[in-house]
Design a protein around this ligand. Structure first.
Ligand SMILES: [Zn+2]
Length: 316
């Protein structure tokens, strides 16, 4: 009985914490650390789109777990300069060194900060297939980010992951049970999620979302994205930490899986029936608007992007 009560109390505290602090929309550009639960923290970026002069290149979240001997960082930001700020922010809660950095996937806003951490001895963890894309896209991404931020991202040296994962696996990292979950190229080739089974917290990279709609990209796999979302929902996480946007709950994962299933089916049906992209988009938007528009910040542009990408996938 006492156990159940304790469990309820913990869940309740988590919900209160999420409601009061983490879920509040972040407006400032300070690298503030938000406690998620004991030893788990988030550094939430104030903006979601691409790096820009306004956000000074800071467009993606980093999260971290404090272990006995060190810190594990999940996603290192879009440049060394961003990573320096992340490192400073971590120092406000612990003096322990960052010993591990997980890169959720190969998109450059999630890993170009690696050098700042590997310089001081951190091991970089990612999937082997993400590393292949990082090698291809890294140098171009540095130039691109520098251009679109008007130089705000500063100079960045590339550091690739050295601890390479080839399948989902369970680990105990310095006393913390961690599970790396392969999303099977759901959002991009080689993306991984990180699950803390004891705390019931999932770190989603760009596979999981809160107030933004799932991003469908040409090199992502929609069926696997839907399957991964359903599998994550099955884990029943208490807290969901996305790569962009505020932390959220399992309800967002279920919402995204349902939405994507409907859009994907309608696009396939429409394509088979010989309809063009715009006809399919109009039909889908009109049908889904009432149920979903208020749940996302970017419904109008994102539904267009989703339908277009899904339609293009029919032609392959
Ligand atoms: Zn991404």
């Amino acid at each position: 009985m006492l156990k159940i009560f304790k469990k309820l109390l913990i869940s309740f505290s988590l919900i209160v914490l999420l409601t009061n602090s983490v879920l509040a929309e972040k407006k400032d550009h300070n690298f503030t650390v938000t406690p998620v639960t004991k030893n788990v923290y988030s550094i939430i970026a104030p903006s979601y789109g691409l790096p820009s002069p306004e956000n000074k290149g800071w467009n993606s979240n980093s999260h971290f777990v404090v272990t006995d001997k060190g810190v594990l960082v999940f996603d290192s930001g879009s440049s060394e300069l961003i990573a320096k700020n992340i490192k400073q922010a971590i120092k406000t809660v612990t003096d322990k060194p960052v010993r591990w950095v997980v890169n959720s996937h190969s998109h450059a806003d999630h890993w170009l900060g690696n050098a700042e951490f590997s310089d001081s001895g951190a091991e970089i963890i990612a999937s082997a297939s993400a590393k292949i894309i990082m090698k291809q896209d890294g140098p171009g991404a540095i130039d691109f980010f520098s251009r679109i931020t008007k130089g705000a991202t500063g100079s960045t040296r590339i550091r690739h992951p050295t601890w390479l994962l080839t399948q989902s696996e369970k680990r105990n990292i310095d006393g913390v049970d961690v599970e790396f979950i392969f999303a099977n190229d759901a959002h991009s080739p080689g993306d991984i999620l990180m699950w803390l089974p004891k705390q019931k917290i999932i770190f989603g990279g760009d596979v999981l979302n809160s107030d933004w709609m799932p991003i469908i990209i040409d090199h992502g796999n929609v069926d696997n994205l839907i399957n991964t979302l359903q599998a994550v929902a099955g884990l029943n996480p208490t807290i969901v930490l996305p790569g962009h946007g505020v932390p959220t709950t399992v309800n967002s994962v279920i919402r995204d899986a349902d939405l994507l299933s409907v859009v994907w089916d309608r696009v396939k049906e429409g394509y088979k029936a010989g309809k063009n992209k715009e006809e399919i988009l109009t039909q889908i938007s009109t049908t889904l608007e009432q149920k979903y528009k208020h749940l996302y910040k970017n419904f109008d542009e994102a539904i267009k992007q989703q339908v277009h990408e899904m339609y293009n996938k029919q032609k392959v």
